[in-house]
Design a protein around this ligand. Structure first.
Ligand code: COA
Ligand code: AMP
Length: 630
């Protein structure tokens, strides 16, 4: 069947479409229907079914006689380690870990924070929670103690599972001291912490609170899978909003399983038994959906890659992994390709490897610029599919469903809507606009299975952030347009979220940190264009009256402050002192205008600006730190 037919089939009979997709999942009790709309505009899927995510990701493949198939390949150029874990081995390891957690009181509905680097144990921890019906919340290792503490206080975990350390090029990231620091700041305290001691750094355990990953599993009964309701939260994943308080995206269990499983063949075009690789991190949604759950639920082999696209040891690492492990579909962020292209523009490393098994490259997480797409396609000689989605949706909103039909790829576009998504472009008043017209990208409710039903402990915020601006729609926070053939083009965010190396960050959160510096009276953080990372944060600082310390000293302290509070992943290294910030007459800081000045783009003088002369001052200050570049 062609894409158009499948999309139309969904549109004409969404209930039938999703009930059929649900047949690919093992249910303890089958759901009576797909959509539950009794509480609209809040929706649920498969709510009265009973299911277990770990069973579907692990045990069922063993039961089906495929236990010897490799489930996880761990390839860590940064530690010179490789490991292969079969489905049966994974089942045994996860059941044992789940048994140990249960023996210490972790039960269905309890939250468990996971703070781990890219090691297979991170997936095992996620799956062990799923086995018990416990709700995991993975925190990315590049976040600092404060961010971890905020998440601990929000989701109140019974237990935290962490590794002793992570490894970044040239340095060991001391996870355990970061965890200890977070627990000093957090009001909520977990009952216990499980620490995976890595040989690169053995951490000191706190008597009475911390247990050793291996030790605490000794002699316990392995746990069976606990059936949960279809709408039971599988996990909470915090993502950046406009303020310093991250949003806890809730992922419901059944819809997640159905949608992810559907996407593996239809979008990513892999069959069970084939190798699928998403080079991301378990701390991001790509890692949840496409390193852990989707490939395993679909019976693929997934790769846990601990390294970087360049420097571990060179710009050929990705090609080595693809050829050595026979990767069929590969998914990463455009930034990774920009980094490789910069190191190896002629593709000398590409030539060294046999990449003939690779079928398609998938890019997401940030805008894919045409240069990068063309370079990737020319080097790898496979179609390059840009696809667009968000932490909130958990799987692609638009893309080219290569397993259905190899529709034309249009460079600059992130493709066509997946079944389940009715994507529309709206004007400010909420009316749909015609083709090729820029507007807010919105999705007609209900969103499909697998997407967020609400925010953790924050239903009001969910309604306000996503549902209220355009009644009847989910507001994505992106701006873009749709062409006459139905292809979507994402152009920019409509809020203060920026995208740095494929990592979603809040400028508002950085402003909150900077405002705490005693010498900073007022500040703004904007996202400026960067050739490698797409965007970089840049701080504009107004100092408190009477401060006469060297500005460079204050700037350095501010950079350290953001790194210390939010973490190195913020990549906050640019800041400049200014006398005043440009504002509208009602006092709103004109961030978008400052972005245009920093990027050297034309801009229209905002009609509501209070004092246009301030823009010249901003331009002069930015010039002192090399903006606009080039
Ligand atoms: N734990 C601790 N620190 C981390 C970390 C982690 N898991 N991940 C990143 N960091 C640190 C980095 O070491 C770096 O620190 P530094 O300022 O001391 O150098 C900082 O956070 C910024 O990291 P990053 O943005 O990744 O930049 P980089 O300069 O280290 O690497 C790239 C550049 C392009 C190679 C890298 O950004 C990359 O691989 N990006 C792909 C992004 C991706 O997969 N996104 C997921 C969405 S699909
Ligand atoms: P995250 O929740 O971290 O996945 O970030 C989601 C945001 O990243 C989206 O709202 C977009 O702003 C951006 N994004 C993700 N994928 C794409 C893409 N293919 N093209 C353009 N922007 C993207």
């Amino acid at each position: 069947m062609a894409y158009d037919e499948i999309y139309a089939r969904w549109k004409n009979d969404p209930e039938g479409f999703w009930m059929e997709a649900a047949e690919a999942i093992d249910w303890v009790e089958k759901p009576s229907r797909a959509l539950f709309d009794g509480n609209a505009p809040l929706y649920e899927w498969f709510a009265d079914g009973k299911v277990n995510a770990c069973w579907n990701a692990v045990d069922r493949h063993v039961e089906a006689g495929r236990g010897e198939q490799i489930a996880i390949i761990y390839d860590s150029p940064i530690t010179h380690t490789k490991r292969w874990i079969s489905y049966v081995e994974l089942r045994n390891r996860v059941a044992q870990l789940a048994g140990a957690l249960r023996a210490r009181g972790v039960e269905k509905g309890d939250r468990v924070i996971i703070y781990m680097p890219m090691v297979p144990e991170a997936l095992e921890a996620m799956l062990a929670c799923a086995r018990l019906g416990a709700v995991h919340s993975v925190v990315f290792g590049g976040f600092a103690a404060h961010e971890l503490a905020v998440r601990i206080d929000d989701c109140k975990p019974k237990c935290i599972i962490a590794a002793s350390c992570g490894i970044e090029p040239g340095r060991v990231v001391h996870y355990k001291p970061l965890l200890d620091g977070a627990l000093e700041h957090a009001e909520h305290q977990p009952e216990f912490c499980v620490i995976l001691q890595r040989e690169q750094e053995v951490a000191k355990l706190e008597e009475g609170r911390d247990v050793n990953w291996h030790g605490f599993q000794y002699g316990v009964e392995p746990a069976d899978c606990v059936p949960v309701e279809g709408n039971h939260p599988a996990y909470i994943l915090y993502t950046s909003g406009t303020t310093g308080q991250p949003k806890g995206v809730v992922r419901p269990t059944a819809g997640h399983l159905v949608a992810l499983n559907w996407s593996m063949k239809n979008l990513y075009n892999v069959d069970p038994g084939e190798v699928f690789w998403a080079a991301s991190d378990v701390g991001w949604v790509v890692g949840h959906s496409y390193i852990c759950y989707a490939p395993l639920v679909h019976g693929n082999t997934t790769i846990v890659f601990e390294g970087k696209p360049i420097g571990t040891p060179d710009a050929g690492t990705f090609w080595r992994v693809i050829s050595e492990h026979k990767v069929r579909s590969f998914f990463t962020a455009p930034t990774a390709f920009r980094a490789i292209k910069r190191e190896d523009p002629k593709g000398e490393f590409v030539k060294k490897y046999d990449l003939s098994g690779l079928r398609t490259l998938y890019l997401a997480g940030e805008r894919a610029d045409p240069d990068t797409i063309n370079w990737a396609r020319d080097q790898l000689k496979v179609p390059v599919v840009d696809h667009w989605w968000q932490t909130e949706t958990g799987w692609a909103i638009t893309g080219i469903p290569m397993g259905i039909e190899q529709k034309k790829v249009k460079i600059g576009s992130s493709g066509l809507p997946m079944p389940g998504y009715d994507v529309q472009i709206l004007d400010e008043a909420g009316h749909p606009v015609g083709p090729d017209t820029l507007g807010a990208v919105a999705i007609k409710l209900p969103l499909p299975p697998g997407t967020l039903p609400t925010l953790w402990n924050a239903e009001d915020r969910y309604r306000k952030s996503y549902l209220e601006h355009f009644p009847g729609y989910y507001e994505t926070g992106d701006a873009g347009m749709i062409d006459a053939d139905g292809y979507l083009y994402i152009m920019a965010r409509t809020d203060d979220v920026i995208n740095v190396a494929g990592h979603r960050l809040s400028t508002g959160a950085m402003e909150e940190v900077l405002a705490n510096h005693p010498d900073v009276a007022e500040c703004a953080v904007i996202g400026v264009a960067d050739d490698l990372k797409g965007q970089l944060p840049l701080g504009l600082l107004c100092l408190t009256k009477g401060v006469n310390r060297p500005e460079s000293e204050i700037v350095r302290e501010c950079v350290d402050l953001v790194r210390g509070e939010i973490g190195p992943v913020a990549a906050f290294k640019l800041a400049v002192v200014v006398d005043r910030l440009p504002k509208t007459r009602s006092g709103k800081i004109l961030r978008a205008t400052m972005v245009k000045i920093a990027d050297g783009e034309e801009f229209k003088m905002p009609a509501t600006i209070d004092d246009p002369a301030i823009l010249d001052e901003i331009a002069a200050a930015l010039k002192t730190i090399g903006f606009p570049q080039g």
